[in-house]
Structure formats: C-alpha cells, structure tokens
Design a protein around this ligand. Structure first.
Ligand SMILES: [Zn+2]
Length: 179
C-alpha cells in the first residue's frame, strides 16, 4: 500500500521518481539496510535517506542515541545534517526524505525547518508518530508543508522493529531470571 495522507502538501512539487514503485522501494531498501545496521549496534532500528531532486542520495542516517548519548540522534536528524553539508545549504527544498518509521515530533519539526517537501515512510508509529498517527503536524497551522506518503515496505520496516524489541524483551526476561 502506498498512500498519501491527503491534506498536507497539495501544492508541493512531486519528485518524478516517486511515481515509480520499484524506485521508491529501492530507496526504502537502502533505509532498511541502515535500520538493520542500527539493530546490530543495539540501537532502535530506524534508517533514513535523503535524495535530491535528481534522485541522488545526499544524506543517510540511522539511530545512534546509545552511541552518542544523545536523545536527538535520530536517523532523520543525521540524514538532514549530512544532506545539508553536501548541499551547502540548510534548505533542502526539492529533496525527498525516506525513513523506515513514521517521524516523531522532533524529526517532523526538523523536516519542516529543513524545508523538505516530500516525506516517504514505511511503518506507522502509533506511539510517537507525528505524520498522522498521534498527530499530523503537517496539517497544523505551520507554514512549511510536506506531502507525506506511507506504507512503502511497511511490513519489512515494522518486522525489523518487532524482532529488535522481541530481543530486548527476551534479554530483560533472562536478566531478571538470573537476578
Ligand atoms: Zn525522530
């Protein structure tokens, strides 16, 4: 399923590659690889890439909250920082952000501040999702809108998260048994 949240970003330009489902999934596969890399480092597995209007990947990121002791080290923030460095501009208009999990309020705010106009995510986040699940910040009265699409490799994206949290729960169970 590939769906647009609807209200947000009606006047935004759409990157041409977004109309190609094989390309959309290829970008999301790259983000998923980053999520798996995060899981292998015991970080919550979320991966993100940003591509420019030509479809070139200019930013990648994955969660590094544990590694950096930083609650703001989310995949989207890392990818935005890298893309801004490469572009030499804090404005990322014309860029598209792909992320395996629906962005949280912090990352949605960063996406707005970076002027990213198209967001594609995999799995919905019923706990912290700020692109339609808990709140839809893009439908609020903020000036910067983005077209938001979800459901690209959603099953794969949530499977990576589920197996990570199953492992965490199992480890906790073993630890409490040992104690
Ligand atoms: Zn976030």
């Amino acid at each position: 399923m590939f769906s647009n949240n609807g209200s947000a970003g009606k006047n935004c330009s759409r990157a041409i590659f977004l109309t190609d489902s094989t390309m959309r999934e290829a970008y999301m596969h790259t983000a998923l690889t980053l999520a798996e890399e995060a899981a292998s480092c015991d970080e919550v597995p979320v991966g993100c890439i940003i591509c420019n209007a030509a479809g070139e990947i200019i930013g990648t990121g994955r969660n590094r909250c544990l590694e950096k002791h930083d609650a703001t080290a989310h995949a989207e923030i890392e990818a935005i920082r890298q893309a801004s460095n490469i572009m030499g501009d804090w404005r990322l208009e014309g860029c598209t952000l792909f992320v395996t999990l629906e962005p949280c309020p912090m990352c949605t705010g960063a996406i707005m501040n970076a002027r990213i106009r198209t967001v594609v995510f995999g799995a919905k986040d019923p706990v912290k999702g700020a692109c339609g699940s808990v709140i839809d910040l893009f439908s609020e009265s903020f000036p910067d809108k983005a077209a938001v699409y979800n459901g690209v490799l959603a099953e794969e994206s949530s499977a990576v998260l589920s197996s990570f949290f199953d492992k965490v729960r199992n480890n906790q169970a073993v630890n409490s048994f040992v104690e």
